[in-house]
Design a protein around this ligand. Sequence first.
Ligand SMILES: NC(=O)c1ccc[n+]([C@@H]2O[C@H](COP(=O)([O-])OP(=O)(O)OC[C@H]3O[C@@H](n4cnc5c(N)ncnc54)[C@H](O)[C@@H]3O)[C@@H](O)[C@H]2O)c1
Ligand SMILES: N[C@H](CO)Cc1c[nH]c[nH+]1
Ligand SMILES: [Zn+2]
Length: 428
Amino acid sequence: MQTFVWNTQDPAQQRALLARAEQVQSQDLSKAVSEILSQVKRQGDQALIELSQRFDGRAPESLVMNSDQLAEQGARIALELKQAIDAAIDNLEQFHRAQAFTTVKVETQPGVFCELRSEAIERVGLYVPGGSAPLVSSVLMQALPARIAGCSVRVMATPPPVNDAICYAAWRCGVTALYPIGGAQGVAAMAYGTDTVAKVDKIFGPGNRFVTEAKTQVSQQGCAIDMPAGPSEVLVIADDDASPAFVAADLLSQAEHGEDSQAMLVCLSQGFADTVLTEVESQLAALTRSETARTALSQSRILICENLDEACEISNAYGPEHLIVNTGNPRSLLPKLRAAGSIFLGPWSPESVGDYASGTNHVLPTYGAARSASSLSLADFCRRYTVQELTPKGLDNLAQIVMTLAEAEGLDAHRNAVAIRLQAGNAV
Ligand SMILES: NC(=O)c1ccc[n+]([C@@H]2O[C@H](COP(=O)([O-])OP(=O)(O)OC[C@H]3O[C@@H](n4cnc5c(N)ncnc54)[C@H](O)[C@@H]3O)[C@@H](O)[C@H]2O)c1
Ligand SMILES: N[C@H](CO)Cc1c[nH]c[nH+]1
Ligand SMILES: [Zn+2]
């Protein structure tokens, strides 16, 4: 991790320091993914077998697992893991059930009733990453809100081979079918449908750059997606009183996700930065995925700035997926933070708790999309629509306004649809 002093006078330095670990929109990536998508579109199941062999080194034994098969394989996991999954489900259910939409009904003027309603999207496809680690928690984060929302078809794709814990989580959360297909081909299968895979209305979930690019491309072909949820990112804001060991542990917890993950530290002194770096080195040695984390850290940065206001501005400019605020009075910074997917306040709120079990959702926007995109929530599994109903008096009251506006736009037929009713009303 390299350390830099933030220079408020140098926009070019700032842009360079806040750049993502890799340029995700490379033409090569886009072309490679678009070829995978077209192959799935043309050849369906046959393409899924071939592409799994090519990119995952194996074809799944079967292209689909039903709920009974998930229950059977999932039953093999240890009791302690089952209990941990069950406890996480409990917290996630509480937090997501509390997000239930309440219908909005307003009488905007006498006799004019407007409603905003919400209902579940019927068919949803959930992508669960499994290339470098089988993310059991990503099953919970998607399948629970999908079930709570009431989506009737809740299918899931994940790279082969599918491990027992993924099966248990999928079964517990009511996944209706699991396809052991990963990467762009998994996304394509759910977007287009094949003989085996159900075509869905919306695709959710995190993934590596192939998955994220595939989601972006299918979203331009009529299949909705949740958000760009690519390689993990964390930005930590720490003052000099923060524990360097805690800060180092938080940076490493995201760096271990993948070589393209990025961990950023914004702090107030060179001395603090140096102590964190020493901690990082000593903690790295004990990690199983130390090489992955080391690569991720080589493209991560420490930025030293003047004060916490400036630290907030840096964070807003970067727009991190996760933001940890490890300072004396973290809540006081909240109003200044405008662009983070999920915020962790204080020394006792490591990102790991949100990754697994506190109750918040860990599917979050990356690549700076947090400036406008939101954390995954119940609303993403629903569509909202409006309803209106007017009484004769209500139409009478609104008629002149609508007819005047229609005339201003030169749209006679619009005007007439109101006028004809006024005449009919007068005739009654
Ligand atoms: N933003 C979020 O909310 C969030 C949440 C959880 C995880 N993540 C991120 O998800 C990512 C998971 O990545 P992963 O790789 O472990 O699993 P993954 O399931 O996303 O990707 C694995 C698949 O990538 C495909 N693939 C690999 N190399 C390829 C190549 N050269 N060409 C075409 N396809 C190829 C393979 O088909 C493989 O099945 C990590 O970067 C992690 O940080 C993000
Ligand atoms: N940090 C990831 C989101 O970027 C989520 C995750 C899953 N498992 C562990 N962490
Ligand atoms: Zn994580």
